[in-house]
Design a protein around this ligand. Structure first.
Ligand SMILES: [Zn+2]
Length: 113
């Protein structure tokens, strides 16, 4: 399960940051999940809950910030919203030349004790 390995990575990252800063508990963690990142926010949350016991994030509150997908049309350069990676420009039905937003999956911030 993709989300499970991401959850492990997030715990490892949190642990590294905590060690670096001499922190023993993290109260809150904010994670950005782009709509086009391929990560299911709910599945990620369940995966994290499954393995979080006994780790640095055991008592941390998980907050997820969703970023909507955005792409730039290869023909008219217009920026448009994307719900799927295969969404096309609403004007000329062209695929985007680039996806400018929504592919993120990253830890934005942590609140420590
Ligand atoms: Zn277009």
């Amino acid at each position: 399960m993709h989300e499970l390995s991401l959850a492990m990575e997030v715990i490892e990252l949190a642990q590294r940051e905590a060690d670096k800063n001499g922190v023993s508990r993290i109260r809150e963690i904010l994670i950005e999940v782009g709509d086009l990142s391929g990560v299911e926010a709910d599945a990620f949350q369940s995966a994290l809950e499954l393995i979080v016991h006994g780790t640095i994030l055991a008592e941390a509150e998980l907050r997820i910030s969703r970023t909507p997908g955005k792409g730039k049309c290869m023909k008219c350069n217009m920026e448009f919203e994307m719900n799927n990676r295969i969404d096309c420009c609403p004007k000329c039905l062209c695929l985007p030349s680039e996806i400018s937003e929504g592919q993120e999956f990253r830890v934005l911030s942590m609140v420590v004790e």
